[in-house]
Design a binder for this molecule. Structure first.
Ligand code: ZN
Length: 344
């Protein structure tokens, strides 16, 4: 079986690779159909590490996947061969303290696809726990199924914000995750999402979503737009999804009294925050690390038509062209949001 392997920083190959294929009693074996390329895959490709996670030996890439079940373990009840599914890439120890306390995404022993030393899913077949494998309704495509993972991050962010109907949200950063935050915030009840970036192609794309006001930060100050649209009150929620330290400059000023700042992007270094400005507004600060219990909800939002992810699936490449797909995705084409690899 061939897999797309990150050999070391800067070098990917498509070559035979043996991934475990034993289907345990609670596992399913899946023929992989579509895999999205994530910012983290590209980061490992370009830098060989993300924070404490270092690629020390060849690692199969990919964690945003959809496919078809071909075999189920004897104890699996909710799936059968032939089911179209998408997979949640992080598998915690369900007996860990974090899992027992309802935060399985924070289990330190979670095994997450394509996070060293755990291999990813850019291979024709994978084995995965059935509990983290979700059936796709007939009207949800494999491509949509493979974008559920980044959408789940937006859903986690929107959930942490505790949005109320009619809230106004600001999203700083219009990368894939920022766009998913905007979609989730609107689906969660926001009347408006003010999405801010400096790449016109991305702003044009997200501006097509009903309820989005796109702001080019080279032309207008975000605080002026927020003030104008909220009668000077401020936004109920600010999602920081750029990871850019500059975004933190004056970020609390965007919030209304009692508002909530949700930290989604990961800055490269520590950033200062104006504590008194936070206190004067009794603002909440929330953060997200991946997601928990979001896949089912994300799939339902796509299936019901409340969220349309199709405009954000930009291009797809055949598995045989997987290396080219990575090079293209890494090149940062401004009109690309999600690049996917189609296996069959
Ligand atoms: Zn991802």
């Amino acid at each position: 079986m061939e897999a797309l392997v990150l050999e070391e920083k800067g070098r990917i190959s498509l070559r035979p690779f043996a991934l475990p294929q034993v289907t345990g009693p609670r596992d399913v074996r899946i023929r992989v159909h579509t895999v999205g390329i994530c910012g983290s895959d590209i980061h490992y490709y370009q830098h060989g590490r993300i924070g404490p996670f270092v690629v020390n030996e060849p690692m199969v890439l990919g964690h945003e996947a959809a496919g078809t079940v071909i075999e189920v373990g004897e104890e699996v009840k909710h799936l059968k061969a032939g089911d179209r599914v998408c997979m949640e890439p992080g598998v915690p120890d369900m007996e860990s303290r974090a899992s027992r306390e309802g935060m399985y995404n924070l289990d330190p022993s979670v095994r997450f696809w394509a996070t060293p030393p755990v291999h990813g899913c850019l291979a024709p077949f994978v084995v995965h726990p059935a509990a983290f494998t979700f059936k796709l309704p007939d009207n949800v495509s494999f491509a949509e199924g493979a974008i559920v993972e980044p959408l789940a991050i937006g859903m986690q962010a929107a959930t942490k914000a505790a949005i109320r109907p009619g809230d106004v949200a600001v999203v700083l950063g219009a990368g894939t995750i920022g766009m998913m935050c905007a979609l989730a915030a609107l689906a969660g009840g926001c009347s408006r999402a003010i999405v801010c970036d400096l790449v016109p192609e991305k702003l044009d794309l997200i501006a097509g979503v009903q309820g989005v006001t796109a702001v080019d930060i080279r032309e207008r100050r975000v605080r002026d737009v927020v003030s104008e649209l909220t009668g000077g009150w401020g936004a109920n929620v600010v999602f920081e999804a750029s990871g850019n330290e500059k975004a933190f400059d004056g970020i609390v000023d965007l919030l209304c009294p009692g508002g909530c700042l949700v930290l989604v992007g990961m800055p490269q270094k520590a950033v200062p925050i104006d504590v008194v400005a936070v206190q004067i507004k009794e603002a909440r600060i929330e953060s997200v690390f991946r997601y928990a219990n979001m896949f089912e909800r994300a799939i339902q939002l796509i299936a019901s038509g409340r969220i349309d992810v199709k405009p954000f699936i930009s291009r797809s490449f055949a598995f045989a062209d997987g290396i080219k797909a990575f090079e293209e995705a890494a090149s940062g084409n401004p009109s690309d949001v999600k690049v996917q690899i189609v296996m069959e």
